[in-house]
Design a protein around this ligand. Structure first.
Ligand code: WQD
Length: 341
């Protein structure tokens, strides 16, 4: 039976596809390539020796999605596909609600139509908003402060209601903290469109000379060094967390929200210093004003994933910095193929 990865050529999707293929599972990838490149398929094949079936479709197009389910015996879906830029979601809320919620609805419709029972949903710690206190447990108060976060929270609710109406569905809502790093081969990694919003790709692009310096968004937070504290988790650990969630779904029914983090908080300056130390590079920075919406600290309580999945993150901040730099230095322009001529 196959596992369908919607958004499968994206950053986390590609790393999860590699982990599934290396575990001997059949992976089918579907993506509209609006925020990823088909080159990822070549890289997945180079790493695993296997090339997954790929469909370039709009995941919210029910007819197109049906064709994928007709072509493959799919019993599990890992639903990554969705717009994911917080700032862009504030500027284009209707695009975000339409795309992200319709995609979730069409995935559920197709699963019910073709008898696929297991769903792992790519949710986010952003659903906790600024309301919960770290370490955040899954029953912490939720409440979003941007449309992107609301689309994740609303998708979780849509999935819960679908599972109530159709008890054969088995769903896990994975709330990621801050995914960073890259596969140790340096063949796949984070390749954001345009100027990166997130810290690690920004640091990597400064280190490789693509950007001039990092602006640290505020050093007056209520944290040990005044800069924002987050729970950075290696994307390869995150991929393994997805495999653990898939096997949990196969043995259970119902819906569970589960944090995927390390349980450790790291500040902006700590991550920057670790990146410089591990890679022997300089990352010039200056302190700027706070970024709207940022919280002082956000890190996970990881007990539920440990007890339900028997899974814990194992890679260190140094591993994250080393692998992020290995990817960036080998791919200074990401997946963009520089013309041979
Ligand atoms: C981390 C820290 C910034 C950039 C976001 C999304 C969240 C999730 C993960 C999808 C903060 C500081 C950053 C920079 C900086 N994505 N920073 N200079 O905001 O914790 O979470 O990514 O699900 O939904 O909100 O991650 O990497 O943007 O910021 O000082 O140029 O780095 O202030 O303290 P964040 P981030």
């Amino acid at each position: 039976m196959a596992v369908l990865l919607t958004g499968g050529t994206g950053y986390i999707g590609a790393h999860t596809a590699v982990a599934l293929l290396e575990a001997g599972r059949e992976a089918v990838l579907a993506d509209d390539l609006s925020n990823s490149k088909a080159e990822v398929l070549e890289r997945i094949e180079k790493i695993t020796g296997k090339r997954p079936a790929f469909y370039q479709i709009d995941i919210s197009d029910g007819a197109a999605l049906s064709k994928v389910f007709e072509a493959h015996k799919i019993d599990t879906v890992i639903h990554f596909a969705g717009f994911k830029a917080v700032g862009e979601s504030v500027k284009k809320p209707l695009d975000y609600y339409k795309n992200n919620l319709n995609a979730t609805i069409e995935v559920l419709r197709a699963m019910l139509k073709y008898g696929a029972k297991n769903l792992v949903f790519s949710s986010s710690a952003t659903v906790y908003g600024p309301y919960g206190e770290s370490p955040l447990k899954e029953d912490a108060p939720t409440g979003c402060i941007n449309p992107y976060g609301w689309t994740k929270w609303m998708s979780e609710q849509i999935i819960r209601d679908a599972a109530k109406a159709h008890p054969e569905l088995s769903c896990v809502l994975l709330r990621y903290f801050n995914p960073v790093g890259a596969h140790p081969s340096g063949l796949i990694g984070e390749d954001p469109n345009g100027i990166p919003n997130n810290l690690m790709p920004y640091i990597s692009q400064v280190a490789v000379g693509k950007l001039d310096h990092l602006t640290v968004y505020g050093d007056d937070y209520n944290t040990p060094d005044g800069t924002g504290v987050r729970d950075y988790i290696h994307v390869s650990d995150l991929a393994q967390g997805h495999l653990a969630a898939v096997s949990y779904c196969e043995r259970h029914a119902g819906v569970e929200a589960v944090n995927l983090g390390t349980g450790r908080g790291i500040s902006v300056l700590e991550l920057l210093r670790a990146f410089e130390r591990v890679n022997g590079v300089k990352v010039p920075f200056e302190i700027g004003p706070r970024r709207a919406g940022d919280v002082d600290e956000c890190f996970a309580d990881t007990q539920k994933a440990a007890s339900l999945f028997n899974w814990r993150a194992t890679r260190t901040a140094e591993d994250m910095c080393r692998d992020a730099w290995n990817w960036q230095s080998k791919n200074p322009r990401g997946y963009e193929i520089t013309s041979k001529a």
